[in-house]
Write a protein that binds this ligand. Sequence first.
Ligand SMILES: Cc1cc2nc3c(=O)[nH]c(=O)nc-3n(C[C@H](O)[C@H](O)[C@H](O)COP(=O)(O)OP(=O)(O)OC[C@H]3O[C@@H](n4cnc5c(N)ncnc54)[C@H](O)[C@@H]3O)c2cc1C
Length: 489
Amino acid sequence: MRIAIIGTGTAGVSILRELVKNKNFSKMHIDAYDSTKNIGQGIPFQNDSEQLLINLPAEQMSLNLDNKREFFNWYEHQSTFKYKHPEYLPRFLFGHYMKSFIQKYNEQFENIHLIEQQVQEVFIEAGIGQTNVIYNVCTSEEIGKCKKYDVVFLTIGTMSYHDPYQLKGKKGYIHTPYPTYNTLDEVDETERIAVVGTGLASLDVIRYVVSHHPNLPITMTSRKGQLPSVRGEMPEVHFEHLTPVQLNQLKKEHFGNAPLEKVIKLFLKDCARYDLPIKQLIERRVGNPIDDLTYDLNHPIELGKLQSLLENAKENLNWIWNSLSRKDQKRFLSEYSWVLKDNSNPMPPETARLLVDYIQSGQIEIKSGLENIEYDDKQFHFEFKDQQETKQQFDVVINATGSKTQLADLDEDDQLIINMENRQVIQAHPLGGIQILAETNQVISPRYGTLDNMYAIGQLTNGINQSRNGVTMIVKQAVNVVKHLTKNN
Ligand SMILES: Cc1cc2nc3c(=O)[nH]c(=O)nc-3n(C[C@H](O)[C@H](O)[C@H](O)COP(=O)(O)OP(=O)(O)OC[C@H]3O[C@@H](n4cnc5c(N)ncnc54)[C@H](O)[C@@H]3O)c2cc1C
C-alpha cells in the first residue's frame, strides 16, 4: 500500500506513529512530505523563542493517549534543554519530542521516506466510467514527477493568516509573527510598534517583543481588546447528561437533529453537577485588562472547573456539533461560540502575571475599538471607535489576527488548497474548511463523493471539527483514522 502523508506536524507525526504500530505496517510504503524547516515539528512547535510556552502543563500534553507523561518523560531523559520550572515548557521542545519519532522511524524503517519538499498539487486519476481512484502527489509543476498513492493523509495544519486591513506587502507590516525571534529582524529600536489581535498569538509576540524592544511601549489592539483567560486548576470532569445516548434520543424526536436549546440545557445540567456559578463566570469580564487578569488569577478553582467543562465539550464536539441543524450551528457560532473562545486555550498563569507587570509599567498598552488601519507609504494610521484619541500612527504592525478559516478567503499563500479545490478533489464546507465525513475524517470530493482513502485532519476541517484543534484532539483523530484505514483495506 502506497501512502502519502502531506504535512508532518502533530497530525502527520501522529498518523505515522499509528501506522508504525499497525499489523500491516511491513506492507506499507510511506512518503512523508514537509519543508525542511517544519518537518516533524509543524508550525506551533517550530524552533522559536523559549519564552513561547505550551498552554497546558507539560505533564498533561503528549502524543500518546495511553501515557500523558510521555512528553515529560522524554524531557526528563534528554540533557540538551533543562529548565528550573518545567511545569510549562517551551513549545519548541514539544516539537523536538515530536521530531524524535520521525527521525527514529526514518533511521529504523526502510519503508518510510521523508521528502523535504512542499506539495503543490494533489489530483485524482480515474478513467472515465470508473469509480476506483489513484491519488497523485506533486512537488513541482512537472506532471511526470508526480508520485502515485493508494492512500493520502492531508495533515497540512492551519491556513494562512488573515489580512483584515489588506496590508500584506506594505513596508513595516509583518504578516505572520512566527518565528517570533525573526519578527524584529528589520525593526529599528525607535520605531513605534502595534500588534493587531489580542489572542494567544499576540501574547507570543508580546513575550518576545517586549524583552527585545525595551525603549518604546507597544500597543496591542483589536476590536474587543480582550485577552484570553488564565488557566485555572483544571480537574478531570465527565458528562452524565450531555451524552451520545441523550443526543440520539433528541435526534429521534426532532427530525434527525438535536435542538441547540436542549443541548445547552444538558450542558448546564452537567455544569450544575460541579457546582459552577456559570452565569457569573461567563459574565465576569469588566473590560479592564488588569482587573480581568487579576480576577482570573484569583479564582483558579472556579475558572478551572469551567475550563475543564468547556474542554470536555470541545473534545466531544464532533458528535455534539454534527448533531445540530445548520441553522442551529449558525446560531451557536453567533450567540454562544464567544463563551468557548473566551475561556478555552487559556494562557499559563505565569504569562498573565507578566502581562499585568507589563501593563502596569507602561511597556504595553491594550486598546479596544480598532476599526480600520490605513497606510500612506510612510506609516500606519489606526482608527479607533469611541476613543478620545481616535487616530494613532505606527511604523511597524505585527499581524496576530489568527489564521483564515474559509476557503473563499485564500490566496497564493495556500496554493495547494486552491489547486485541490480547482481539481475538484476537495470542496468548501459552508461553515469553514473542507467537507469531510465527521465520523471518519474521509474527504468528500465534489466530483468523486466520499474518497475511500483520503483523510484530512486539523484546522482545514474546521467546519466539521469546530474548535477541535488541540494536540489531544488531533491525536485522537489520528488514532481513529488509522483504525478506519485498517478496517477499510
Ligand atoms: C501558535 C499556536 C500555538 C499553539 N499551542 C498549542 C498548545 O500549547 N497546546 C495545544 O494542545 N495546541 C496548541 N495549538 C493548537 C495546534 O494547532 C495543534 O495542537 C497542532 O499543532 C496542530 O497540528 P497540525 O498537524 O494540524 O498542524 P501543524 O503542526 O502546523 O502541522 C502542519 C504541517 O504541514 C506542513 N505543510 C503545510 N502545507 C504543506 C504542503 N503544501 N506540503 C507539505 N507540508 C505542508 C507544515 O509545514 C506543517 O509542518 C497551537 C496553535 C498555534 C497556532
